[in-house]
Design a protein around this ligand. Structure first.
Ligand code: HEM
Length: 324
């Protein structure tokens, strides 16, 4: 009963549909990890050409919200902790994305602005070898959508480094994917149901041993500690928070979007090479709203079309980062 009452609230609050449950995941298989010896861009090519392109949907699957039984799985710390501990490029066998189930992928270039306050590693070098997934946390309704972006920076001879960003778990009224800035730190959710979900995520962060188990705060230090060529930075310098601000062109691109057109269909028309985000970096205590040009750490540019694939939805894994 103690578990049932909160779960019923979640069902009502997040717009859950009845669906089949997930299976408890067996240990991770590390299919792509055997390729650690490859260069960053060889690994990007491998994932893009051999995994994503061959599994592009011929017909987009309908967008769905998590099922009732999925919530029981999300309530298990043994399931949610894998978002923090699984550093593989692929999900555990049997692990389904119960939130952010639907998305679309693109190759990206992260161009460093070169004047970013001495931040090191990927902040300094940028990267030509990135794969990103643009997703919605749950099925959009007429009045709300919850967009998000996950990025995978491939590293030569080393596991990939990942970044997860969004605006908030409460979402936005507009269906323009590029309406709001994204960050690794998001506001606490307003609704009871979403606060309950955050409580479950906090349990995972505590079990993981996070220094700060706040489930609305992911860390970005890991990107300062390594270079794309796989060498470690001896004295890393990292920002505290990243803000991905959509460019004016990106904001204008989907400004008339409505719930009637699938976001994946709209994204498929995004021009290759058109800067999508200006990326700002702020230190602890600095305002995320005051973003002078001196805080610009780089730009994110898609170098391919944005495509929706079953590999992206069913296999591709992005580790969440929290400092221990
Ligand atoms: C302890 C805190 C958190 C937990 C336990 C958690 C858990 C999850 C889970 C279970 C998924 C579905 C994919 C999977 O099953 O691996 C997911 C996806 C995602 N989360 Fe979180 N999350 C947390 C915090 C955050 C925060 C703070 C952000 C953003 C600032 C975020 C952004 C995302 C994004 C962008 C995705 C989609 C990844 C993809 O495209 O595959 N998460 N998260």
């Amino acid at each position: 009963m103690r578990v049932l009452v909160p779960l019923v609230s979640l069902v009502a609050g997040i717009g859950i549909i009845a669906g089949c449950s997930s299976i408890q995941p067996p240990p991770a298989t590390k299919i792509l990890d055997v390729s650690h010896s490859l260069t960053a861009c060889q690994k990007t090519d491998l994932m893009w050409n051999d995994k994503i392109i061959p599994t592009i949907y011929s017909e987009l699957p309908a967008l769905t919200a998590p099922g009732v039984w999925d919530l029981f799985t999300l309530a298990k710390t043994s399931f949610t902790i894998r978002s923090l501990t699984n550093d593989s490029d692929e999900l555990d066998v049997g692990h389904r994305k119960l939130v952010h189930a639907w998305g679309a992928e693109a190759r990206f270039r992260f161009v460093s602005s070169k004047r970013a306050n001495g931040y090191t590693g990927i902040y300094e070098s940028g990267s030509d070898c990135v794969i990103g997934r643009l997703s919605v946390a749950t099925k959009p309704t007429k009045s709300t959508t919850v967009p998000a972006l996950a990025l995978k920076f491939f590293i030569s001879g080393h596991k990939s480094e990942n970044l997860q960003i969004m605006n908030s778990t409460s979402g936005q009224k507009s269906h323009n994917f590029f309406e709001m800035p994204f960050s690794n730190i998001i506001p606490p959710p307003a609704s009871f149901a979403k606060r309950l979900m955050q409580k479950l995520f906090r349990n995972a962060a505590v079990a993981f041993g996070a220094k700060d188990p706040d489930p609305t705060h992911l860390t970005v230090e890991h990107l300062a500690k390594i270079r794309v060529d796989g060498t470690a930075v001896v004295t890393p310098k990292s920002p505290y928070r990243l803000i991905f601000k959509p460019t004016m062109t990106a904001s204008a691109f989907m400004k008339d979007a409505t719930v009637d057109t699938d976001f994946r269909t709209n994204l498929a028309r995004y021009p290759v090479g058109q800067v999508m985000y200006d990326v700002y970096a702020v230190d602890k205590g600095e305002s995320p709203d005051d973003l002078p040009a001196s805080k610009l750490v780089g730009q994110l540019i898609p170098t391919s079309n944005i495509v929706a694939s079953s590999y992206g939805d069913e296999k591709l894994n992005f580790q969440h980062n929290m400092e221990k």
